[in-house]
Design a binder for this molecule. Structure first.
Ligand SMILES: *[C@@H]1O[C@H](CO)[C@@H](O)[C@H](O)[C@H]1NC(C)=O
Ligand SMILES: *[C@@H]1O[C@H](CO)[C@@H](O)[C@H](O)[C@H]1NC(C)=O
Length: 717
């Protein structure tokens, strides 16, 4: 570009143009277009995805399909979103035809439609009697594979008829259970289960559905995808279309306290029942993926009762029945796999140092190479032997399609819709920085720091100190519509987000170290990390630090309130009040049993639960706290939030309760999310944006901690 042709006055205007960007608000986070579900055409020239946009005036989310030409990098809308017709879950039937779920207002069951890219014609493909989803398509045999919730092993029609009879005859609302689980995540466990169906598509000019839809789990009590959080990554079809691999638990009361989940194989003809290939391992397996050669890779944990054990990569050869572990000593836990076209390389997605990266594993040499180093990667497709397609999102932007040329190593960021780019362009997006300090156990601990909009290094800023849940998770260079750090930088805070012991992506030992140490190592890391950033950044105001966290982060907020007065205000979203009550009321009791060393009705284990229970330290609570909980949170039930609020109110600690009757462990509805953000920002502003610093009594966490533990031990046991 000939830079001398720019008129001088335009350069003077440049700062004004820059200044037109605006600080990010919660409304931006909620209304920013959300791209999802990138799917490539068989010859790799095109990709299709869904874009959802929340319209806050109508309180409606509109979804439409976008087509990305991977050669010309042009994005165009394939469908127009309107409030009574939206589209999602698109995939290619062939290079010219796309299938997708059509949602039409007033229609009972959303069905698959087909859109021809050449002619622009569309037509209805399926007429299934009940809702279905998690669609995969096998091009070789034209097989449509999908899941639906049916009576165990039954047909789609059978589920429709039984539900109809039930609706007509059952007048009461009573639910009866003889075993755990009663509830899972946000739903009372129903009699119906997810089963996987297969049907052949025919094409004589137009696609039609064959007359024989088979339940591949018939004759079993299996469930796949898992309920209620499973998805299409729970199963895969072999390239020749002959075999389906899926993961399933056995339906049993043990499911509440065991994590065992096994890989099953079944012919897509449905002529025999599924068989288990890893029944000898009492732990979780996941993510089956066939190679073009016909071997099957899957992810295997070995620790029973543990959801955060390191995933090992196993390759199973159906011809010989042998299993091989790949890259056994690689201390990362992959979550998604794909094979190269020659089946000699495995691509694996895994957390590492606050990123969600892509690695390649040479199956001959076991050499591991990082193919991406920044951001968070998802939705991997292998387009050819030299080209990969995936989405990357980051702390600065939501999902954007990227292609990677494996020969030249060139990473190409593709265009996004005009709606997304124009919205992003007018926002003052904060760039993340990172730091490492020495935490508990002398380990290096990693954290992120983001400066506020309109940052001026000569000023002092309040700090929003974010604590993540899991606890086996991490603050990563990724975009989120919940706990997005940009909301807080947009509101004038410096965000500090640390990945303490228990976090993922720093080796399995670091993840495991939190077990039986919920209030020690992570608490020490958080304290030391905050000290470190306050010491090294002049622009932080140590007197105006607020701490916020959800789930385990909410537990830590309650723990903090009993052990330090350094924060001006706290926000506890869906946290734990009593570790014992949380054990007896949660859906997945294996979680607590693993974290606290066993069942709490054995005395020694009970000591571990009691030792780390925030309820034993409420007498020290003094910091103003906003408590948030939701009625459909069956992971940590709303009683934990009410108990926290009672302890605060009864002791006269400034506090407020925000309750959502219709949300689960996460606040997902856009209008509720806006309310959440409004209450959270108003609460922290009230305490961190006043000038005078309230005087608090001195408090020594170490001595009070010891006294409390001893008092407890002598009085109870
Ligand atoms: C892929 O198929 C489309 C539609 O038939 C065609 O326009 C395009 O040229 C093909 N691309 C390649 C690389 O063959
Ligand atoms: C499906 O249709 C074929 C012919 O198109 C017929 O031979 C077969 O019996 C039908 N199967 C069922 C289950 O209706």
């Amino acid at each position: 570009m000939a830079r001398y042709t720019w008129p001088f006055w335009l350069l003077l205007l440049a700062p004004l143009v820059m200044a037109q960007t605006q600080a990010i608000t919660p409304l931006d986070i909620v209304t920013l277009p959300r791209p999802s579900g990138l799917s490539a055409s068989p010859n790799g020239s095109l990709a299709v995805y869904t874009q959802s946009v929340y319209d806050s005036k109508q309180d409606k989310t509109l979804r439409q399909l976008l087509l990305l030409d991977l050669e010309t990098d042009i994005v165009k809308s394939l469908t127009d979103a309107s409030s009574d017709s939206t589209q999602s879950e698109p995939f290619f039937l062939d290079n010219e035809n796309i299938a997708y779920i059509q949602h039409t207002a007033g229609v009972d069951v959303d069905q698959l439609h087909v859109l021809n890219l050449e002619s622009g014609d569309s037509y209805a493909l399926t007429e299934f009697p009940i809702a279905f989803g998690n669609i995969k398509y096998n091009h070789k045999k034209s097989l449509l594979v999908f899941s639906a919730s049916v009576y165990p092993g039954g047909s789609l029609e059978d589920a429709k008829q039984k539900d109809k009879v039930l609706k007509e005859t059952k007048k009461d609302t009573g639910l009866v259970y003889d075993q755990l689980m009663v509830r899972h995540w946000d739903t009372f466990v129903p009699e119906k289960v997810n089963n996987i169906f297969v049907v052949q598509l025919e094409n004589d000019g137009k696609y039609t559905v064959g007359n024989n839809t088979i339940n591949l789990l018939k004759g079993t009590a299996l469930q796949s995808p898992g309920f209620p959080m499973g998805d299409a990554s729970d199963f895969d079809i072999s390239a020749d279309g002959e075999t389906l691999a899926f993961v399933s638990k056995i339906r049993s009361p043990d499911n509440a306290w065991e994590t065992s989940q096994h890989v099953h194989i079944v012919p897509t003809s449905g002529e025999s029942e599924p068989v288990i290939i890893n029944g000898d391992i009492p732990a979780a397996s996941a993510g089956p993926k066939f190679a073009p050669s016909g071997v099957l890779a899957y992810l295997q944990m070995y620790a029973p009762q543990y959801e955060s054990d390191r995933n090992r990569i196993i390759i199973w050869d159906p011809a010989t029945g042998t299993k091989t572990t790949v890259a056994e000593s690689w201390d990362r836990s992959p979550s998604e796999l794909a094979f190269s076209p020659d089946s000699n390389t495995l691509f694996a997605v895994a957390d590492e140092y606050g990123r969600h990266k892509l690695f390649s594993i040479d199956l001959t040499t076991e050499e591991i190479t990082a193919l991406t180093n920044e951001h968070a990667l998802s939705g991997l497709s292998v387009l050819s032997s030299s080209r990969l397609l995936f989405s990357l999102n980051s702390l600065e932007h939501p999902n954007i399609a990227h292609t990677l040329d494996l020969d030249s190593k060139v990473l190409t960021k593709h265009s996004v819709s005009d709606a997304l780019s124009s919205h992003l362009n007018r926002l003052d997006v904060s760039k993340p920085d990172e730091f490492v300090f020495q935490g508990a156990l002398h380990d290096p601990v990693h954290g992120w720091i983001l400066k506020p909009a309109d940052f001026d290094a000569s000023k002092k800023y309040p700090v929003a100190f974010l604590i993540h849940g899991g606890p086996q998770g991490a603050w990563s260079d990724s975009w989120s519509t919940r706990w997005n750090p940009q909301v807080f930088t947009g509101a004038g805070y410096v965000v500090v987000a640390i990945n303490p012991h228990g976090s993922t992506g720093y080796g399995q030992k670091f993840t495991d170290d939190i077990q039986r140490n919920w209030g020690s190592y992570p608490f020490i890391d958080l304290q030391k990390g905050l000290d470190y950033v306050l010491d090294t950044n002049e622009f932080l105001d140590a007197d105006r630090v607020v701490a916020l966290g959800g789930s385990y982060g909410g537990y830590m907020i309650n723990w903090i309130n009993g052990h330090t007065n350094r924060f001006k205000a706290l926000v506890n979203h869906d946290g734990i009040f009593s570790t014992l009550n949380a054990y007896y009321t949660t859906d997945e009791v294996y979680f607590s049993e693993r974290e606290f060393g066993g069942v709490p009705f054995h005395t020694l284990n009970r000591l571990v639960y009691e030792r780390w229970s925030p309820s034993n330290y409420v007498q020290h609570w003094q910091t103003p706290t906003l408590v948030i909980h939701s009625g459909r949170d069956y992971r940590l039930v709303d009683g934990e939030g009410f108990a926290t609020f009672t302890a605060l109110q009864r002791q006269g600690v400034p506090s407020r309760l925000l309750y959502f009757p219709d949300e689960n462990h996460w606040v997902l509805k856009p209008a509720n999310s806006l309310r959440w953000h409004k209450e959270v920002l108003e609460w922290i502003d009230k305490y961190a944006k006043v000038d005078e610093v309230a005087v608090r009594p001195e408090f020594d966490p170490q001595s009070s901690f010891t006294v409390q533990t001893e008092q407890f031990l002598s009085s109870t046991f």
